[in-house]
Ligand binder design. Structure first.
Ligand SMILES: *[C@@H]1O[C@H](CO)[C@@H](O)[C@H](O)[C@H]1NC(C)=O
Length: 318
């Protein structure tokens, strides 16, 4: 290399280093303001806790398995979470099985209190309000309800009774979706749905309540389930692998057979006609191409909620 060339290279290199990686315009005074506004109350607003989070029709599968249950789902925009609850001496504990239970992990500590806190933040009291608000957890979409699936693992009647009682802090503030006189549905920030061992008889026949029942998606069209309306089951679910079957993997992509697609289509469209959102659990999380093909197909067919284990991937998918 001749001297002039190497000088040129050195000069270019220095220039490169001196330049910021990503240029943001404006004077240094403006830059200073942009950096320091967070210290001033004028640059916060009361309901900014979930600012910028776009809600997505995704159910946080086994939500309590996450490092931070509920909040992780919320931060990814999931509109649905799920707690498995176990009743011991009047307290509801949260976990997948008995050996995962601890004194600290309760329905109250992991779900009721955090959800109440977020809904309170979204409904601040101030002199600017001309009427009480009933905002949901998402600042970008205040009328989006949060579905809280409560999966009773211990004996249904006793456990669900305890679930109903545990909802009191949310009920007291008027934050639950309610049914009155068996006909008037008022959507609130939180919609509770009993699943697992929840007895149908504690929900279906009750005309005044603030909890709902996870309908049986695969058998919704059968005569014995003719009475299940969207006022009883806003959502109906079934296991994908048992209702539709396993996906087969082609050379480059996963494949649903025509028969599987027909099954899926008829289940989703039947639910839809009744105003019920369809949800499949036990959907493949792996391989990724199978998961993604299924997500795409389910959305194309009009499924209500996608079931996701990897919430960040789901948030990126939308
Ligand atoms: C409420 O409506 C459901 C669905 O039609 C019915 O099964 C139930 O018996 C009704 N309950 C009351 C109290 O009328």
């Amino acid at each position: 290399m001749v001297l002039s060339q190497s000088l040129l290279v050195a000069a270019a290199f220095t220039l490169f280093l001196a330049y910021p990686a990503k240029a943001v315009g404006g004077s240094s005074e403006l830059q200073n303001i942009l950096k320091n506004t967070h210290k001033s109350p004028a640059y916060n607003y009361p309901t900014d806790f979930t600012r910028g989070i776009v809600p997505i029709p995704v159910h946080s599968h086994n939500d309590y398995w996450r490092d931070v249950p509920f909040y992780t789902a919320l931060s990814n925009g999931c509109i649905s979470v799920e707690a498995d609850v176990w009743l011991y001496d009047g307290t509801l504990y949260v976990g997948h099985d008995e050996s995962s239970l601890t004194e600290e992990r309760t329905f109250e500590s992991l779900y009721i209190n955090p959800i109440l806190d977020v809904v309170e933040r979204q409904n601040p009291k101030s002199r600017f309000l001309t009427a009480p608000t009933n905002n949901g957890v998402f600042d970008t979409s205040t009328d989006q309800t949060l579905y809280l699936f409560v999966d009773s693992k211990t004996s249904g009647p006793e456990t669900f009774e305890a679930v109903i009682a545990a909802l009191e802090p949310l009920r007291e503030k008027g934050y639950l979706t309610t049914l009155k006189n068996n006909k008037t549905l008022t959507e609130g920030p939180v919609t509770v749905i009993g699943t697992g061992n929840t007895p149908y008889d504690m929900v279906g026949p009750v005309g005044d309540r603030d909890y709902f029942y996870d309908g049986p998606l695969a058998t919704l069209s059968e005569a014995e389930n003719a009475g299940i309306t969207s006022l009883i089951s806003p959502i109906a679910s079934t296991s994908f692998s048992s209702a539709v079957g396993e996906l087969s993997l082609g050379d480059s992509q996963a494949v649903l057979s025509d028969e599987q697609l027909d099954t899926l289509r008829s289940q989703i469209s039947f639910a839809k006609e009744k105003g019920i959102l369809a949800r499949y659990w036990d959907t493949p999380a792996y391989p990724i191409r199978a998961r993604n093909l299924l997500w795409m197909t389910l959305l194309d067919e009009g499924v209500g909620l996608l079931n996701a284990d990897d919430l960040a991937a789901a948030a990126e998918y939308f």
